[in-house]
Write a protein that binds this ligand. Structure first.
Ligand SMILES: Cc1cc2nc3c(=O)[nH]c(=O)nc-3n(C[C@H](O)[C@H](O)[C@H](O)COP(=O)(O)OP(=O)(O)OC[C@H]3O[C@@H](n4cnc5c(N)ncnc54)[C@H](O)[C@@H]3O)c2cc1C
Length: 399
């Protein structure tokens, strides 16, 4: 994963492994562990099976835009976040090919293979130039020693040419349905997006095929979990279980369905700042996702009128054809944010049973493959991805 396409047969005696939280991170970890034969038994503790075919629909992964976006999220000072994201992005092609047999009939997992980032005023244009110049200067994290295990070794590449500033004309040719409002634009060719819900469905099927079983109740204390190793992947529920500094950050998205005669959606992901607010348009089979708001409101998953109004107004400024679409769904979820925007990946410093795989904030879909590689390495007693070291769970508490 990056699941290794040829799973090793040997068991290493991890015994009974419990994964707490069975959304994108928990399912991907459970599948990789089961597939590699690392455990005698693997059990996912996940109370929610309310989505189609039993997938969880209350986690952030059900709501997410599904963007794989280390470059479009790049910001000076977040070197470790960027390095982790780039490492994970390189692992996605292997994950997608390993998952292929489990993708249900219908739309594919991957929905976009490039991103355009736009700035609509001068200040945003300066910020965008600064962030992209910074991203282009960052060392390639996957050229550092990256450990062994699934996904290590040379990965399908991101080249420097994948990120480039584009002219208004190039933007118009690539994305003819967008309004001509961009003061600056960049294109990134290896980012794009996955369909989060198809991904959850495929991971659920993959887990079932590898003999993973589920306990359909919430864990109230990790002490009650009967397992030799525990992988904590409970998203914003992780703070309560393990005392981690993970806080819920609410986000709303709209899912729009194309109607006959309406303008085609953008061909790739489009990201912009509009009136100081971040906006993204993510193509989906038969429509698009518009996101996302961001509020520090605690455990609040209600969609507000103001959230829908702002998203639609901002989307219309970038993609004027949006008004013809059917508003199919407005939905909110909780991003499991950490104080430094890095997740918590790796062994707990006091509980030898516990491995953290949580706190992925805005990027948990994107960071799924590198998270799996880190968990896999810990269970295998091997060195994990170099970029994951900055995400050590004890980084806020060690002296
Ligand atoms: C609006 C929005 C847009 C987003 N867009 C993107 C994007 O474009 N790209 C991207 O990479 N990321 C995006 N994210 C972030 C991404 O969705 C999360 O980082 C990711 O879902 C985290 O995955 P997870 O499996 O750790 O947690 P979640 O998906 O939140 O799932 C946590 C699971 O744990 C279960 N659980 C909780 N407590 C317990 C317990 N006590 N016992 C057992 N189970 C428990 C829950 O039922 C749930 O199923 C977005 C998030 C939001 C809200």
């Amino acid at each position: 994963m990056t699941v290794d396409p040829a799973p090793p047969a040997a068991r290493t005696g991890a015994g009974r492994v419990a994964v707490v939280g069975g959304s994108v991170i928990g399912l991907a970890c459970a599948w990789a562990i089961a597939r590699a034969g690392l455990a005698d038994e693997i059990v996912v503790h996940e109370p929610d099976d309310s989505g189609p075919d039993g997938v969880p629909a209350s986690g952030a992964a059900w709501v997410a835009g599904g963007m794989l976006a280390p470059f479009s999220e790049a910001w000076p000072g977040e070197e470790a976040v960027f390095a982790l994201g780039v490492d994970s992005l390189r692992r996605w092609p292997n994950l997608l090919s390993a998952l292929e047999p489990y993708v249900p009939p219908g739309p594919p997992v991957r929905t976009a293979t490039h991103t355009h980032m736009l700035a609509v005023d001068e200040a945003d244009a300066r910020d965008l130039d600064m962030a992209m110049e910074w991203a282009a200067r960052q060392p390639d994290p996957t050229r550092q020693a990256s450990g062994s295990g699934p996904g290590s070794g040379p990965a399908p590449g991101i080249t420097e040419a994948d990120l480039r500033r584009v002219t208004r004309r190039q933007l118009r040719e690539a994305e003819p349905s967008l309004a001509r409002v961009a003061r600056a634009a960049y294109r990134m060719d290896s980012e794009g997006a996955v369909d989060n819900r198809v991904l959850l469905a495929a991971l659920t099927r993959a887990c079932r095929a590898e003999g993973v079983t589920w306990v359909r109740s919430a864990v109230t204390s990790l002490d009650d979990v009967d397992a030799d190793r525990i992988v904590l992947a409970a998203g914003s529920g992780s703070a309560e279980l393990a005392g981690l500094p993970v806080r819920p950050v609410k986000g709303e998205v709209l899912r729009l369905r194309a109607r006959p005669g309406c303008e085609d959606p953008p061909r790739g992901v489009v990201r912009a700042f509009v009136r100081g607010r971040p906006l993204y348009l993510v193509p989906r089979d038969g429509g698009l996702v518009v996101g996302a708001t961001q509020y520090e409101h605690g455990d609040d998953r209600q969609v507000t009128v103001a959230g829908v109004r702002d998203l639609l107004a901002d989307a219309e400024m970038i993609f004027p054809g949006v008004g013809e679409y059917e508003l199919a769904e407005a939905v909110a979820g909780l991003r499991p944010m950490s104080p430094d925007n890095l997740p918590f990946l790796g062994p707990d410093s006091t509980d030898p049973r516990l491995i953290h795989a949580t706190g992925h904030g805005r990027n948990g879909i994107a960071l799924t493959p590198v998270t799996v590689a880190a968990v896999w390495a810990e269970l295998h007693a091997e060195r994990g991805p170099a970029a994951a070291r900055a995400a050590a769970p004890d980084r806020f508490t060690r002296g």
